[in-house]
Design a protein around this ligand. Structure first.
Ligand SMILES: O=c1[nH]cnc2c1ncn2[C@@H]1O[C@H](CO)[C@@H](O)[C@H]1O
Length: 326
């Protein structure tokens, strides 16, 4: 398949997901990528509620013929135990997958919570597991709260979340995944793990156009066909909300970063998340260009890598190649 860096050993990944049309694309992409070994899916509310996220995760694995991959159901509430009320049916359809009448899955989630599964795998393979976080960060924050070693045991956490120096997509201040659980996001950003954060300032530069969709539709690849079907709803939403013909590929872009971090460039610094008020969910990055004279809420916190540039055309090219060759 070429084109991007392949390590000698397949990278173990766990996908924490709220499928979601772009989540479905990211999951298929991972399953079609020789560089990674998907050792589990954990589910979370966000685009849909957690129970539906679990159903959709099981369904997508059955479409892929990968029922061997375990699905662990995640939290139904935020880290502060607030029930979640906001879902993105307007973007993904009320079934989360473009209202295509999916075949209900036969499989069941494993009898273990998402955060326990994350901790177990981090302990089983210390320093080897990358978590690809495609939804609100509750499960990961819970893993950190119940196991202080988790940030050191995990290889990397790659996060789709935040809007760095740009407007959000829920309101001008905040991006959907961070807004889903700002307190959890702040725990994760400051936990000391190796973290890459990819905000919508990056993912809005990765646009699947009408032409790309035609290209995908002309393929007989099984993932390409499935994805074209669910993308219709998402593309209509982008026309309505952003007046563009196409779709922002949030989750697939982040999956590519997990596969090969050299597809982007990064700045390093501390990220804090606003927990309340009109800026609830705002991500604020200290790029460390200034040596602050006073102690701030950013002082003495661990740094993370925040993506600052991406080659959107390359990501679209790789994505199409992989979905078509399936
Ligand atoms: O306008 C929106 N509101 C809520 N969620 C959205 C919107 N646009 C995209 N997403 C979803 O949230 C994540 C990126 O922020 C992606 O998973 C995307 O599908």
């Amino acid at each position: 398949m070429g084109d991007i860096g392949v390590e000698n050993k397949r990278k173990k990944i766990i996908i924490d997901t709220d499928p979601g049309i772009d989540d479905a694309m990211a999951i298929f992409l991972a399953l079609q990528s020789p560089e990674v070994d998907v050792i589990g899916l954990t589910t979370i509310y966000g685009n849909v509620r957690t129970t539906l996220a679990t159903t959709n995760a099981l369904h997508l694995l059955e479409v892929a013929g990968r029922e061997d991959i375990p699905v662990a159901e995640g939290s139904h509430t935020s880290i502060k135990e607030v029930p979640k009320l906001r879902f993105a049916a307007f973007a993904h359809g009320c079934d989360g997958l473009g209202e295509i009448n999916i075949v209900p899955p036969k499989g069941k989630p494993i009898p273990q919570s998402a955060s326990d599964f994350l901790i177990e795998k981090a302990n089983e393979f210390p320093g080897e597991v990358t978590v690809v976080a495609l939804g609100p960060l509750t499960n990961i924050a819970k893993a950190i709260e119940s196991n202080a070693d988790f940030p050191q045991k995990i290889r990397q956490i790659v996060i789709l979340g935040g809007a760095f120096s740009v407007n959000g997509n829920v309101n001008p201040a905040t991006e959907a995944n961070i807004f889903g659980d700002p307190e959890a996001a702040d725990i994760v950003f400051t936990c000391g793990a190796d973290i890459i954060a990819v905000g919508i300032n990056i993912t809005h530069q990765v646009v699947l156009t009408d032409k790309d969709l035609e290209d995908l539709a002309s393929s007989s690849g099984k993932y390409a066909k499935y994805v074209c079907n669910i993308l219709k709803f998402y593309i209509d939403y982008h026309l309505e909300a952003y007046n563009i013909r196409g779709a922002y590929l949030h989750d697939p872009t982040v999956m590519f970063v997990a596969i090969d971090p050299s597809l982007m460039t990064y700045a390093e610094g501390v990220v804090r998340v606003q927990a309340d008020g009109i800026f609830r969910g705002l991500t604020l990055f200290d790029n460390m260009k200034k040596r602050w004279g006073e102690v701030t809420e950013w002082s003495n916190k661990p740094s993370v890598k925040v993506a600052v540039s991406v080659d959107g055309d390359k990501i679209i090219h790789l994505l199409k190649e992989r979905l078509k060759n399936s």
